[in-house]
Design a protein around this ligand. Structure first.
Ligand code: F3S
Length: 281
């Protein structure tokens, strides 16, 4: 059996960097906290727990007396960083550099008097973090209707940024609506293409193999999307969470198997599946 593993399977650069940072800090001992779960994967979070890493809730921060607090790849508002440092806790910032870049743009442009408009999901922690770097209240826009309704008082210039995982076409659509409203708008396209690259590679591999395995959490929307993309290209596409779910009853005509994985799937699960398929088929 020939196995083709997608290079972009699993963690993106920013998440990988953040998870590695937590393991490094845990190896050094002491009280280690992550500000929110480092990743939406229970196995990784519980493995870290065994190594003494606790997930810190926002309301627990002000009671903390000592230890190291790690900021995850999504980033946090400036205020949270200040609270961590003020309490003499050690702050390890694992914010993805692509997200950090947005924080810097927002901080600088809002200081220059511009109205910050973020295109993204208002409830998402990354967006809440970005909002917290603006000197004046930022506006979040997610839909065309909200873009149509945008009103900036005092005719201030607008600085527009995007959540890193926002859909590019939708971003363009919303930018055009806002530009037509006559404001002076500077646009920073801050979309990260890690998700798109993962999807494009999965599509390509699925079109070249006889069977495709997609690994990821059943609640993970990005893994579900990967599955749908692959299923369109390859009839024998299966969706599994771990090796235990794998039941390979592919027809004899299957000689090449492709493997990809969602953004929260740790490498060891991908490796296990890959080795199993290589050895047993
Ligand atoms: Fe990942 Fe950073 Fe992009 S966390 S999705 S590499 S913005």
């Amino acid at each position: 059996m020939e196995v083709i593993l997608a290079e972009s399977a699993g963690f993106c650069f920013g998440v990988k960097r953040a998870v590695e940072t937590v393991y490094e800090q845990a190896a050094g001992g002491g009280r280690i906290y992550t500000y929110g779960p480092i990743i939406h994967n229970e196995e990784v979070v519980s493995d870290l727990e065994k190594k003494g890493v606790r997930v810190l809730k926002e309301e627990e921060l002000d009671d903390l007396q000592e230890g190291t607090v790690i900021i995850r790849s999504h980033g946090v508002p400036r205020e949270v960083q200040r609270r961590i440092r003020e309490r003499s806790l050690v702050c390890v910032d694992a914010t993805c550099p692509f997200v950090k870049r947005i924080h810097k743009i927002v901080e600088k442009e809002s200081r220059a008097g511009k109205q910050i408009v973020i295109i993204g999901n208002p409830g998402h922690p990354e967006v809440e973090g970005i909002m917290g770097w603006s000197e004046t209240p930022a506006i979040v826009i997610e839909t065309a209707q909200e873009a149509e309704n945008l009103h900036v008082s005092g005719d201030r210039d607008i600085c527009l940024v995007s959540q890193t995982t926002f859909n590019y076409n939708k971003f363009q659509e919303l930018v055009e609506i806002i530009q037509k409203k006559g404001y002076n708008v500077s646009v920073a396209n801050t979309i990260c293409n890690a998700t798109e690259e993962r999807q494009a590679e999965a599509k390509l591999i699925a079109s070249q193999v006889d069977a495709m395995i997609v690994i990821g959490g059943t609640h993970s929307s990005n893994t579900r999307k990967l599955y749908e993309i692959c299923r369109k290209e390859c009839e024998y596409t299966c969706f599994i969470q771990t090796l235990d779910d794998l039941q390979l009853d592919f027809p004899d005509s299957v000689f090449r198997v492709g493997i990809t994985a969602g953004a929260s799937t740790p490498n060891y699960i991908i490796e296990e599946v890959q080795n199993y398929v290589r050895i047993n088929f």
